[in-house]
Design a protein around this ligand. Sequence first.
Ligand code: SDX
Length: 432
Amino acid sequence: MDTAKLVLNIEGKEQSLDLPVITGSEKEKALDIGSLRAKTGLVALDPAFGNTASTLSAITFLDGEQGILRYRGIPIEELGAHSNFVEVAYLLINGQLPTKSQLESYRYNLTRHSMIHEDMKRFFDGYPSTAHPMAILSSMVCSLSAYYPDALDAMNTEMFDITATRILSKVRTISAYAYKKSIGQPFVYPQNHLSYCANILNMMFSVPAEPYHIDEEWVKILNLLLILHADHEQNCSTSTVRTVGSAHTNLFASISAGVCALWGPLHGGANQEVLEMLEKIRVSGDSVQKYVELAKDKNSTFRLMGFGHRVYKNFDPRATLIKGACDKLLSKKGVKDPLLDIARRLEEAALKDSYFVERKLYPNVDFYSGIIYRAMGIPTDMFTVLFALGRLPGWIAQWKEMNADKSTRIVRPRQIYTGETERHYVPMDKRG
Ligand code: SDX
């Protein structure tokens, strides 16, 4: 174990201390400050944790400078080209690619746990048709726990596999039902003869009145999109799942908390914001340059949604793959989307502008994904639901890894108090 020698000189008082240095399998290094407060009385302050590693993890590696993303060591480009979402979910959660028989049994289990309790269908009666599907998703995922009391004990590892399978399978059904509720169409049950992604499309778009043709091109690109969203180390929603799970909270409630965090427009909600931004630019008829200038203006609240990333200071490899798939598919389908042209011009203008170049702001995973969802006929308020669907294996894998780590303790950060020093209660008749 390496150590770092620190010499602190605070208010003339000098102290030297040795702190362990942790080195990861990709040679990343961290100063282990677990003993800092005990040795010095100091805590470290890093509000958005931009300089703080919250955990060791063996699931996903990303290098923001090189634009590298790997799930369990396998590059995202290879998984996108050769794998499918069910196999990637298995890889993330179990650590290895499945054998043929493991994949068949995993797929069988996911197929057979896709229905939700009939009583849960009545929950939808209480939502207005205008309810945002992310609100429905977070509450319905948490409500699933009511039907599986044996899964409430997060430390009962025997219940993990079936609970993870139920969530991965039933969230598709809940998501599709939320969409059907919003358009006043009858719910469509999952079909056991359909693949994971084909079932999503069938439950969303088929109607009882006529047969529904499943377009294999859309199934293929939906697999790719879900793969590309499947995990991303300690992002906001994954950190939320870990924080909630660190209290030994069950997997349903931990995932429900992750859905809420992902909903934020700065996080997973950005894919919906991007389409709304592109539509606003289209309707305005103004030049994209006007919006690039607006995004740079500190007096304006406008941001180029789908641009920038806390970790990627180079191209987000997912954005590159999604943009390529988008171009290829839309031209093959003969889809001419004015918003795609605007997105391309916006990207071109921003990447030539010193404001974006200096801040290393590139398109992220959310910049082009919505264009594909829109071409598939998916409404914008369902985009983040699809992001959540894709992120499920990552959240589940990270929750499992945290609970398997014997050194895990409940997440409870410190703070530095900046409020009033001690003062005393003033009776009403003495107040000003
Ligand atoms: C996701 O963490 C993950 O891995 C997330 C994710 C995942 O897979 O889980 O990758 C998914 O959430 C992708 C990000 C989706 N969000 C958006 O597209 C929203 C728009 N982007 C941002 O608001 C912003 O870039 C963040 C939130 C993504 C990152 O924010 P940071 O790291 O806190 O950076 P910052 O806000 O401090 O910005 C640094 C500078 C600032 O300017 P200065 O103060 O230096 O002058 O860059 C500017 C910001 O104003 N800036 C932008 C901008 N993003 C950052 N200016 C204009 N448009 C933008 N989009």
